[in-house]
Design a protein. Structure first.
Length: 220
């Protein structure tokens, strides 16, 4: 597997912020995607949410703003009945304020780029629970929408299932949150908005716990 490369600059910004120092110029952005199946190339995206993260002067990480979107299935998209039963999403409800993938992603990417500029980061990196799933669907939507400038690295991620397995001995999101004393309501789960916020809380808990144990900053 290739190493995580250095972040490439999208602009001439030379501002240095603690966030940019923590992850080698990358801005971690927590993403959750609810879908109509498991195949990123054929199955619909139904919801997507992204939570920004903030860092204070002591390198303490906290969840920030969440941007959430109901997505209108793309033309010809497959939607499995079992997926809808699992998530409880009705993609064709007349009161559902949905929009197409490209419109939602362009708006979401705009918020991410603004945050990157504000903290001096050069690229975003996706944080997700079982992150390869979300990244696969995100990349497929980017390709379908012919979006040429995604702020995200195309293959590198931070996976909270792996991190929680190491730090807490749990890989299921609800169980990992319970182990970290993070409130988790199973009745609210499987919406992109809720799951991305809980994943953000979990990621912040692990990063901050590592710092408290002396793991960051690295000793000189």
């Amino acid at each position: 597997m290739p190493d995580l490369p250095e972040a490439e600059s999208d602009n001439n910004n030379t501002f240095t912020h603690l966030m940019s120092e923590r992850f080698r110029g990358y801005l971690p952005v927590v993403v959750d995607i609810e879908t109509g199946g498991f195949n990123a190339g054929t199955d619909a995206i139904l919801e997507i949410a992204a939570t920004l993260l903030h860092m204070d002067e002591k390198h303490h990480l906290t969840p920030g703003e969440t941007y959430s979107y109901h997505i209108k299935p793309f033309d010809g998209a497959n939607i499995e009945k079992a997926a809808l039963e699992f998530t409880g999403i009705d993609p064709y409800h007349p009161l559902r304020p949905s929009q197409d993938e490209r419109t939602a992603l362009r708006d979401m990417f705009g918020h991410i780029r603004n945050e990157m500029k504000a903290v001096g980061c050069k690229r975003a990196i996706l944080v997700g629970h079982n992150a390869s799933f979300d990244q696969g669907f995100l990349n497929a939507a980017i390709e379908r929408g012919a979006i040429k400038r995604s702020p995200f690295h195309p293959f590198s991620t931070f996976d909270t299932a792996t991190l929680a397995g190491l730090a807490l001995g749990q890989t299921v999101l609800a169980k990992a949150c319970h182990a970290a004393n993070i409130a988790f309501d199973n009745n609210e789960a499987h919406s992109a908005y809720y799951d991305t916020q809980k994943t953000a809380e979990l990621f912040c808990f692990i990063v901050n716990r590592w710092k408290a144990l002396g793991g960051w900053p690295l000793p000189e």
